[in-house]
Design a protein around this ligand. Structure first.
Ligand SMILES: C[S@@+](CC[C@H](N)C(=O)[O-])C[C@H]1O[C@@H](n2cnc3c(N)ncnc32)[C@H](O)[C@@H]1O
Length: 282
């Protein structure tokens, strides 16, 4: 029974240009049936109401609503975050930046320190929450400018111990100046002129404040450079995600500023340049 439903839904999603039609068809059916993708084959009965609910979700997905808006959750490392309209859906590639931050914080814990970590541009709170849950000894702060995104972050970070502030990263955390060990940021980084090339799911459903950042896509990253230099203690480290075409230009922002050492770039799992790291000179 589920096989026929899946076959039909997969064909509809493929025809609509959805990038992973079989995965999404199965994920939506599992969501409607209250099970997991791997257990779908065990389901023997699908009620007419469930069929109708599934059909409605497949129709919305075919109209290129993000899968995670339809299920209401996005997986990120060991977490499930609540997401929906108004907040950027966390992406798998950002798990690497978060993992780099987790390792830096764990290193400080091993050295007997309480790491102070700041997540600039927190969106749903994904990076901050990953650090807080994987390094419980860390003191984690996060900031978000978007109003709706800030509400999603507040929901996800509730009870986590992460301190969340609403506002512009440019002048956030003045009280932490010179004291932070690790700054992490997945800023907006798409050049404005690339608008047409952005997938419909992102362009029509992620907030534009989360996506676009000036003519070369590096406006926010230049702010991150200044803010991180203000927040970090000498020797503190920064990790910032960027677009795959910014593997040279993003690290160059740090090399040129003249106050960073150990500037390097890191690839994602597909081998594409994905995030830059640097250490504030002592
Ligand atoms: C690419 S999203 C990343 C969200 C989240 N960190 C993640 O990785 O899923 C960028 C986020 O930065 C926020 N943002 C943009 N400009 C900002 C600013 N000046 N200060 C604080 N947050 C900002 C956007 O609203 C958006 O939530």
């Amino acid at each position: 029974m589920t096989r026929a439903l899946l076959r039909e839904a997969t064909a509809r999603l493929a025809a609509a240009g959805v990038a992973s039609p079989d995965h999404d068809a199965a994920e939506l059916l599992a969501h409607v049936l209250g099970t997991t993708r791997s257990r779908l084959a065990l389901v023997e009965d699908v009620t007419p109401e469930q069929r109708e609910a599934y059909d409605a979700l497949v129709t919305r997905r075919a109209a290129r609503e993000p899968l995670q808006h339809l299920t209401g959750v996005a997986g990120f490392r060991y977490l499930e975050l609540a997401v929906g309209p108004g907040v950027f859906v966390p992406r798998p590639e950002t798990e690497l930046l978060a993992g780099w931050g987790v390792e830096r914080a764990q290193g400080l814990v091993a050295a007997g320190r309480v790491p102070v970590v700041v997540d600039l541009c927190t969106g749903s709170g994904a990076v901050a929450l990953a650090v807080a849950t994987e390094v419980p000894a860390a003191e984690v702060h996060a900031v978000e400018l978007g109003e709706a995104a800030g509400e999603w972050a507040a929901r996800n970070l509730q009870g986590s111990g992460v301190e969340l502030r609403h506002g512009d990263m440019a002048d956030a955390f003045g009280d932490l100046d010179g004291t932070v060990d690790v700054v992490l940021c997945n800023p907006p980084y798409i050049p404005l002129e690339a608008y047409e090339s952005v997938a419909a799911e992102a362009r029509d459903h992620d907030p534009h404040l989360a996506l676009f950042s000036g003519d070369d896509g590096l406006d926010a990253l230049r702010v991150v450079e200044r803010v991180a230099a203000r927040l970090l203690r000498p020797g503190g480290v920064l990790g910032v995600e960027h677009a795959d075409v910014q593997g040279t230009s993003a690290p160059a922002v740090f090399s040129r500023a003249g106050r960073w050492s150990d500037v390097r770039d890191h690839p994602d799992l597909a081998g594409r340049p994905r995030y830059a790291t640097a250490r504030l000179a002592r």
